[in-house]
Design a binder for this molecule. Structure first.
Ligand SMILES: Cc1cc2nc3c(=O)[nH]c(=O)nc-3n(C[C@H](O)[C@H](O)[C@H](O)COP(=O)(O)OP(=O)(O)OC[C@H]3O[C@@H](n4cnc5c(N)ncnc54)[C@H](O)[C@@H]3O)c2cc1C
Length: 398
């Protein structure tokens, strides 16, 4: 059994971007690292596929953005309890199909010399003083360092002794025909007007095997593990209202995990990225975050591998807490707990009263500089709604 300096478990966007960022910084490492993936590509990943320019730009910077069919969008509409608002920017993001996007990303990594072993299911980890052994359905792999990019059911996370996390979400999605009134296919829609759902519905234009369709879904956050509303029932009612029957379409149900800031993303020889660590619990947005995690981890590891790696995980955790990604996720964690909790009405009013907050949100999604006037307006409104204190507390980490 040969030993590798680094093995990445999972070939989704976080795992493959980790490998890409690593070989971007240290091309000589390309032949020495391995990504193991339990499925064979092209593989389905239940996901609505809305990728913000924030993620796309990171891949472009490494000349690694997959060229796959997509629906670009330049607007976001938000419907809340007290009205609706929308904002437009030249380019906010695109809706991709993960079956195509992830496959193409793996192809790009392979073209840069990264070895990706498909059909390798990691069943357990043995952590020793000088390295880690992965037990898989295809035998054993040995590594100095392991990156867990293995998504919501992460086995690497379990090996770190971490709990599943209490910011978990249930998600249900399906693809339907586009309805008569849905003429503007350059917008994506978030509908948080259902008071009984601690979450929201979405309608994203998409393209499936050349056919224009609408990806619709429902996201329900289980804040502190509490259940409540029946997701399928509520979603079925919304679809009925639109003249659609939930039973006519393939229902795709899955889970998501939001980052809890107190949880470590690395320990000993193990590091976590993407949904294995935790993504945005407010919207369930995870593709751009997965890419950002991968960029942060790949760049960090490219240098840290040359040093003592016995606690590379602890060093990564400390580094992660200095990044923009961490600050962003910390705000979103705090926001999610309040928006889907006691402060929902006041935050909803804050959103729909003007387009300032959603405008800034679009700029963040697109990684564009914030419009100063909109930022000041959003800030002033946030203060008057008590949302400012929330953001401030989140920034302080209290
Ligand atoms: C229904 C739904 C809709 C969503 N819509 C959006 C959206 O529109 N926009 C957005 O930004 N985010 C969305 N998300 C979230 C997004 O899909 C995830 O956050 C994102 O895929 C995380 O990327 P990742 O690389 O960390 O994990 P994943 O994409 O889950 O990849 C993990 C990989 O690890 C592999 N793996 C797992 N266990 C093992 C093992 N033991 N051994 C080997 N390999 C293993 C898996 O097969 C998989 O390929 C959605 C999620 C869901 C469920």
């Amino acid at each position: 059994m040969s030993s590798h300096p680094l093995i990445i478990v999972g070939a989704g966007p976080s795992g493959v971007t980790t490998a890409l960022a690593l070989v971007h910084a240290q091309p000589a490492l390309a032949g020495r690292i391995v990504v193991v993936e339990k499925h064979h590509f092209p593989r389905e990943k239940y996901c609505a596929g809305a990728l913000g320019m924030r993620g796309e730009k990171l891949l472009l910077a490494m000349d690694a953005m997959p060229d796959v069919p997509s629906c670009p969008f330049d607007g976001i509409r938000f419907r809340g309890l007290f009205g609706q608002t929308e904002a437009r920017l030249a380019s906010i993001g695109r809706v991709v199909r993960r079956i195509e996007f992830d496959h193409a990303l793996v192809g790009i990594a392979r073209a840069r010399g990264v070895r990706v072993d498909e059909g390798v299911n990691v069943l357990g980890l043995e952590i020793e003083s000088d390295g880690v052994t992965l037990k898989t359905n295809r035998g054993r792999y040995s590594a100095g360092v392991v990156v867990g990019a293995d998504g919501v059911g992460s086995i690497v996370r379990k090996a770190m002794g971490l709990p599943r996390g209490d910011l978990r979400a249930q998600v249900l999605e399906l693809d339907t025909e586009i309805l008569e009134h849905e003429k503007d296919l350059s917008m994506i829609d978030f509908d948080a007007a259902d008071r009984d759902l601690p979450g929201y519905y979405w309608d994203f234009p998409t393209v499936v095997e050349g056919q224009a369709l609408m990806c619709r879904g429902a996201y329900k956050l289980l804040v502190d593990g509490t259940d409540g509303a029946d997701l399928r029932e509520r979603f079925a009612a919304r679809l009925r209202h639109m003249g659609l029957s939930i039973d006519r379409y393939k229902n795709k149900r899955y889970a998501e995990r939001g980052l809890e800031v107190m949880t470590a993303v690395g320990k000993g020889r193990l590091l976590l990225v993407g949904e294995a660590a935790g993504i945005d619990p407010a919207t369930g947005e995870g593709i751009a975050q997965a890419i950002e995690y991968g960029t942060v981890a790949g760049t960090f590891v490219s240098e840290a591998l040359a040093r003592d790696t016995r606690d590379i995980g602890g060093a990564f955790d400390a580094h992660f807490r200095t990044t923009r990604l961490y600050r962003d996720l910390r705000i979103r964690e705090r926001f999610a707990r309040h928006f889907y909790g006691r402060e929902r009405e006041s935050i909803d009013r804050f959103f729909v009263e003007s387009d300032a907050a959603i405008h800034v949100g679009c700029q963040h999604f697109a990684n564009e500089p914030y419009d100063g006037l909109k930022l000041v307006e959003a800030g002033a409104r946030a203060v008057s709604h008590g949302v400012g204190a929330l953001v401030e507390r989140a920034l302080r980490g209290s």
